[in-house]
Ligand binder design. Structure first.
Ligand SMILES: Cc1ncc(COP(=O)(O)O)c(C=O)c1O
Length: 393
């Protein structure tokens, strides 16, 4: 491997959310942080070199964004996912959650229903509520250890909704939705005139043999209104640059988005946002291929370790993302007891399943985008903590 994903990088006292919020979040400084979706791998050096070059221009005045930004995403989508778009469809957003805020304000009004599929990335729950929209829930079904969509319920619920926010691939359950599932959801949105917002931030992080199926790769669906969100932030570990994009094919909708984001003065981006975005998408393919190989080794290790040593914790097999959804329900603990156990006995900082809404209770989300040695230590700590419960029974 050309890139070193084994290196342990000290992140304490770097003003990192993942490391430096451990006391307020977990009450313990020493938990291994495997919660928020940022990776412990170095942001690729080719990106940092381009950012350093930008820094060398000495004056950090207001930047502009040029067509290089749009073209970088267009080319990436073409070569990585065989998705064809026009560069003018690409619009900036600092982050994907900020894009959701803008989209909700631009395309819905107070009191409107917004459909989501819990358990799901928690801002999908919080953002609509903070903006005084109603949440409409189409909970995912867990059948034979695999999550799937309850289409009967989807069709009922969509009639009460103005917007559907799809997590594609899905955080935290790790599903990469199939062409068939995507097609069905999109057709129902079109039939009921519901705006489909597809958050595809994890779309580059897909395990073999799965394939990302974007809303943008579906055959044309009459009357479908849709927006798709992308970012290099998860893929290349550069969330701190706050640089993302939304793709909107319809000119009127694009205009509405642009006017809304400008209304709140969120459209500028910092001086590194274009530099890091373009660098990632233009130079990142080989790095990403190696990252995906490394992540699949961590995944294989975790699956085998759980099977052999902690069979009562079930891994929901991920098809995408570096976030593992672990089923702890066999331990018979309530959420508070489970949280305390994970922090104080296993020494881990994981994401509590219940924060992802309906269906999350009894689960934990674990981020394995870290050196394999860290995954090994974490699982050993977990196994020993479980053994200790059995010995005390
Ligand atoms: C599905 C999903 N959307 C959005 C985000 C966050 O995006 P941003 O930091 O660009 O707001 C995350 C982060 O974990 C995520 O998992």
């Amino acid at each position: 491997m050309k890139y070193n994903f084994d290196e342990i990088i000290k992140r304490d006292n770097t003003r990192s959310v993942k490391y430096d919020l451990r006391i307020p979040l977990f009450g313990e400084q020493n938990v291994i942080p495997m919660w928020v979706a940022d990776m412990d791998f170095a942001t690729p050096s080719f990106i940092l070199d381009d950012v350093k070059e930008q820094l060398s221009s000495a004056v950090m005045g207001y930047p502009i964004r040029d067509s290089g930004f749009e073209n970088a995403l267009k080319s990436w989508l073409e070569k990585r996912h065989s998705i064809s778009i026009h560069h003018s469809w690409v619009k900036f957003s600092p982050g994907i959650v900020s894009a959701l805020v803008v989209l909700i304000e631009a395309f819905t009004k107070k009191g409107d229903g917004i459909l989501i599929q819990p358990p799901v990335y928690h801002p999908f729950i919080e953002v609509p509520l903070k903006h005084e929209r109603r949440l409409i829930l189409n909970p995912l079904k867990l059948e034979n250890d695999k999550y799937c969509i309850d289409f009967e319920d989807f069709e009922n619920k969509i009639t009460e909704s103005s917007m559907f926010i799809l997590c594609n691939p899905h955080n935290p359950v790790g599903r990469s939705w199939t062409r068939d599932e995507m097609q069905k959801m999109a057709e129902l949105c079109a039939k009921h005139d519901v705006l489909l917002v597809s958050d595809e931030i994890h779309s580059d992080l897909i395990f073999v043999p799965f394939k990302h199926e974007s809303v943008l790769s579906l055959p044309k669906i009459q009357n479908l209104r849709q927006v798709t969100c992308f970012s290099p932030s998860k893929t290349f570990n550069l969330a701190g640059f706050f640089t993302s994009a939304v793709v909107i094919a319809d000119p009127k909708m694009r205009q509405n988005y642009s006017e809304t984001i400008q209304k709140w003065h969120m459209n500028s981006g910092n001086i590194f946002s274009q530099t890091s975005f373009v660098s990632a998408y233009e130079k990142g393919e080989e790095w990403l291929n190696q990252l995906l190989s490394y992540l699949s080794v961590n995944l294989d290790f975790t699956r085998d370790y759980l099977k052999q040593n902690i069979p009562n914790i079930k891994l929901i097999e991920p098809q995408a993302t570096y976030l593992l959804w672990l089923d702890f329900r066999n331990l018979g603990m309530d959420d508070k007891t489970l949280r305390d156990f994970i922090i104080r006995k296993a020494g881990l900082g994981l994401s509590d399943g219940f924060t992802f809404g309906d269906g999350g209770s009894g689960f934990m989300r674990m981020n394995i985008a870290c050196p394999k040695s860290v995954v090994e230590t974490a699982l050993k700590q977990l196994s020993e903590a479980i053994k200790a419960i059995r010995e005390n029974d």
